[in-house]
Design a protein around this ligand. Structure first.
Ligand SMILES: Cc1cc2nc3c(=O)[nH]c(=O)nc-3n(C[C@H](O)[C@H](O)[C@H](O)COP(=O)(O)O)c2cc1C
Length: 192
């Protein structure tokens, strides 16, 4: 079960924008994130959610999509995310590097939950953070935006392929998105 869930949990960048994600669904995801592990149990992560069309459009304007696709500016109108979770680190609570690991744990947990719900997403760390800070009307300068999880009903097929060389994702003529993953023997460097 977990194997299938992890394999299905891919980064999707094109969505059925007309399929709404309701606020309660996202609140449910954040409720789940209360339970993830945290270094020193500090729990420095905070979240902002949006399912609002106007706010979504403002958030979208701060994101950079698919750095390897030089001639693609991200999803077009109609294929954009219908919701967002913005992950923040509250530096009043922690500035330790460990809190970024907390962020990774929370991110993957949220993505797995979205898959279970029949949704999908893409974490975006390439964010104009200063602009987004203003867009979200955040006031406390100690709140640091870590990343934005874009969310929607996926409208693309993503296929994993083994690769020893190039790890750049690519699309074919049918628009299928391929993600090269390094083989096991490159990851597992010693077995005692
Ligand atoms: C921490 C993190 C930051 C990411 N930032 C971006 C980003 O700024 N823009 C983007 O298009 N994709 C971003 N991605 C998505 C990765 O490009 C994607 O995970 C990678 O291509 C592998 O695809 P997969 O998630 O389907 O395995 C990010 C992923 C992670 C985990």
């Amino acid at each position: 079960m977990i194997d299938q869930l992890v394999k299905k949990t891919r980064c999707y960048r094109r969505f059925y924008e007309d399929v709404a994600v309701d606020r309660e669904t996202l609140i449910g995801v954040i409720k789940l994130l209360r339970f993830v592990s945290s270094a020193r149990n500090a729990q420095p992560l905070k979240y902002v959610i949006s399912t609002d069309r106007g706010m979504n459009s403002k958030i979208f304007g701060t994101l950079k999509w698919a750095g390897y696709f030089k001639d693609w500016d991200g999803p077009e109108i109609g294929e954009r995310p219908s919701a967002y979770i913005v992950m923040l680190r509250d530096k009043n609570i922690s500035t330790e590097d460990f809190s970024l690991i907390d962020g990774g744990i929370a991110l993957q947990t949220a993505m797995l939950k979205l898959t279970e719900l029949g949704l999908g997403g893409c974490p975006i760390a390439a964010v104009d953070k200063q602009r987004l800070f203003e867009v979200l009307s955040l006031e406390d300068e100690k709140l640091e935006i870590l990343l934005v999880l874009s969310i929607g009903k996926p409208k693309e097929r993503v296929v994993i392929v083994d690769s020893r060389r190039d790890i750049k994702y690519y699309r074919d003529e049918q628009g299928i998105h391929y993600v090269p993953k390094r083989p096991l023997d490159e990851l597992l460097i010693k077995v005692y």
